[in-house]
Each structure stands twice: as structure tokens, then as C-alpha cells.
Design a protein around this ligand. Structure first.
Ligand code: GAL
Length: 383
């Protein structure tokens, strides 16, 4: 009896010590270790439903958590920051035991994360790093710098220039290119752009590539909220301001399929295409990311050149593994503890690998792996 009391007293001290550590040891004053998954609920906050990738992410996380027995509260915030903060506040007041968050603005969630930490709720930052808060317990994503490197290399390969992956390239240039980046409030946008520029800058410096508009700074080429229409408008402006002298754009670095579709629309409205192989005014080489089905069809049809495939099923799996570890009172296993400094601390991360997809890779990488069916690729939409 006394031994039992002693243990209880000890664990009370341990709990107090843990709680005093604040953000450290998520789940500290939120005793989930002994609970059955059925009694635990996980809030999943996703940025928007306008992009099909986030729908796939949300569904995959929800399905995989439910398969393990957890209750899931999945919310989409319509790319509106106040909506996302309000949804997360509500998840916390409704007693979420863990949070999985893909932020709209990576810097806007400080007070929500503080509230989560105060309740001992572990927070997993999903694909986009949440910045400026010590209360981010784990980060699951892809190797985002590598995504940018792959996009830069895909642009070179599309143009026929030699690269490490494609030493057979025989083109020499010079080629006119334009650069696009993602949303400046998304940490990933910088990783993608820096990765791509690590490949492109030396060729810009030696004249093989010419950014005719002169716009090479991320602030000049960024696209707020990753919006397709914004990219389309900027491409249209570039064509009018820079390419009205008979010159042509040969390639466009685009970091995301949604932007690529806006860029392609602008180009086809201005006499390019319809395909990369069209005679007089071929469609420029346009890169992408996410293997969104509408873009996979454009790639199959020879309109868009490439995309970067990031398997959202595997990302969801890592988020679920991390949530489960925290709920069981353990730390999830990280494979990167160096690269993702959120301004306050380096967040332990699990980064997944990526695959570059050109038309010839669609079958093996996207259809054979069950990501899209051949019918969906043919139709250009999810079933
Ligand atoms: C990024 C993400 C990309 C793309 C983009 C627009 O954060 O890493 O894969 O989805 O958002 O949604």
C-alpha cells in the first residue's frame, strides 16, 4: 500500500515537472497514454479545398487515423487565416488530444499553439512548417530543398540541356526563362525557390539561361496563397511587357501545378502551344509539383513538361505515426534535426523523398502505384 502511495506521489511529481517544462514533452498534462484510441480525438486542420492535393491529404490522414480507431475532426479553412485560427481554437476547446496542422500562413498560429501547449496537446506541423513558435512538436514533410533542385533539373531536362540525371542533353541555349515562386507566408516557398536556383543560377550567370524580365528575386516572383489566377495574370503581364518584341519564352519555373495551369493558360491565350512539340510557337517547358490530376493529364498530352510527385498517402502515414507516438507518451522518430529552424527552434522533422514525373513516368510512378487510375489520367479528373 505504502509503496503504491509512494509511486503515486512520485508520478505526481514527475507530471508536475513535465508540465513545468511547457512545450517540451507534448502530452504532458494531457494523460493519453492509457486511453484507448476510441477515446481520443485528433484535430486535423487543412488550408483549402480549392487544391485537390489538400483534399487528398485530408482524406488520407482522416482515413488512416480512423482505421486506428481515433476520432477525427477534419476542417478546411478556405485559405482564410481567421477561419483557420478559429477552427483550431475550437478543436482545442472541444478537447482535441493532438493536432495535425497544415498552415495557411506559417506565422499566424502563435496563440493557438500556445493554447495547445498549455493543454499539453501535441502539435504536428503538416507539410508546411509553422514558424515563430516553440510549441511545434514535430514536422512531417518532403525534402523541400530537393523538390526545388528537382524542379530546376526538370526545367533543364525539358529544354534539352545536359544535367547530371540527363547527361545526353545536347542543347546549348541560350534560352529565355521566367521564374515563379509560391506564397511568401509559406516556409516551403523559400526551400523550393532556393533549391531551384541552386541549379539555375550558374546557368543564368554563364548566359545559357536568360531571365528576360530581370525578375530573379523571390519577392518579385512570389504568388500570394499559391493562386492560379495570380500566376496567370503575372504571366500575361510578362508576355506583354517583355516578350512583345518577337522574342519567345522557352521555359518557366513553376513550383506548383496550380500555378503551372495558370501560366499555361496565359501562354496558350497568347499563341503558344498547344503542346511542347507544336511547330511554330511551341508551349514553353513548364515545371510543376504535386501531380494534381488536371496537370497529370496536361503532361500526358504534352502540354506541361513535368511535375514533382509527393505521395500524400505516405505523408499522411508519417503524420499518423507521429500523432500516435505522442499520444502513447513517446517521441516520434525524426530523420532530420537540422534543416527546419522555425525562427525559435529547430523542429525535429521526418522528410520523405520525391519523384520527378515526365510523360514517360506517369504509368510507372502514378498509375502502377495506385495514386491515379489510367481512367483518371485520361479524363483529367479524380473519380
Ligand atoms: C506547399 C506544398 C506544395 C503545394 C503548395 C500549394 O506548401 O508543399 O506541395 O501544395 O503548398 O498548395
Amino acid at each position: 500500500m505504502s509503496r503504491k502511495l509512494g509511486l503515486t506521489a512520485l508520478s505526481a511529481v514527475a507530471a508536475l515537472t513535465l508540465a513545468a517544462c511547457g512545450g517540451e514533452g507534448a502530452g504532458s498534462n494531457n494523460n493519453t497514454e492509457d486511453a484507448a484510441p476510441e477515446d481520443l480525438s485528433i484535430g486535423v486542420s487543412m488550408p483549402t479545398q480549392t487544391s485537390e492535393r489538400w483534399i487528398a491529404d485530408g482524406n488520407a490522414v482522416k482515413e488512416q487515423l480512423e482505421a486506428k480507431g481515433y476520432e477525427v475532426d477534419l476542417q478546411y479553412a478556405g485559405d482564410d487565416i481567421p477561419t483557420q485560427t478559429q477552427q483550431i481554437d475550437q478543436m482545442i476547446t472541444q478537447g482535441a488530444d493532438a493536432l495535425i496542422i497544415a498552415a495557411i500562413d506559417g506565422t499566424a498560429l502563435g496563440s493557438q499553439l500556445q493554447a495547445a501547449a498549455d493543454e499539453g496537446i501535441p502539435v504536428i506541423s503538416y507539410d508546411r512548417l509553422i514558424r515563430d513558435s516553440e510549441n511545434v512538436d514535430f514536422y512531417v514533410s518532403f525534402d523541400n530543398f530537393k523538390v526545388g533542385v528537382a524542379q530546376g533539373n526538370a526545367l533543364l531536362t525539358g529544354l534539352g540541356l545536359p544535367t547530371e540525371d540527363n547527361p545526353e542533353g545536347t542543347a546549348t541555349g541560350p534560352f529565355n526563362i521566367e521564374l515563379f515562386a509560391g506564397s511568401l507566408d509559406d516556409n516551403n516557398a523559400f526551400f523550393f525557390f532556393d533549391g531551384a536556383m541552386s541549379v539555375l543560377q550558374p546557368l543564368i550567370d554563364d548566359g545559357t539561361l536568360v531571365v528576360k524580365s530581370g525578375q530573379t528575386e523571390i519577392e518579385q516572383v512570389a504568388t500570394l496563397r499559391w493562386q492560379q489566377e495570380t500566376a496567370q495574370r503575372r504571366m500575361e503581364d510578362l508576355l506583354t511587357s517583355t516578350y512583345n518584341d518577337g522574342s519567345r519564352v522557352d521555359g518557366v519555373l513553376s513550383p506548383y501545378d496550380g500555378l503551372s495551369r495558370g501560366i499555361i493558360t496565359a501562354l496558350s491565350n497568347n499563341g503558344y502551344g498547344p503542346t511542347i512539340d507544336s511547330g511554330a510557337q511551341p508551349m514553353p517547358i513548364v515545371t510543376g509539383q504535386d501531380a494534381e490530376i488536371a496537370s497529370v493529364k496536361l503532361i500526358a498530352d504534352g502540354v506541361q513538361s513535368s511535375t514533382i510527385f509527393k505521395d500524400t498517402r505516405l505523408l499522411a502515414e508519417q503524420a499518423v505515426i507521429a500523432a500516435e507516438a505522442f499520444l502513447e507518451g513517446e517521441e516520434p522518430e525524426a530523420n532530420n534535426t537540422e534543416d527546419y529552424d522555425n525562427g525559435v527552434k529547430v523542429v525535429p522533422s521526418y522528410l520523405l523523398d520525391i519523384v520527378t514525373v515526365f510523360a514517360d513516368d506517369i504509368q510507372a510512378e502514378l498509375v502502377d502505384t495506385g495514386y491515379w487510375t489510367a481512367e483518371e489520367v485520361e479524363a483529367g479528373q479524380a473519380e
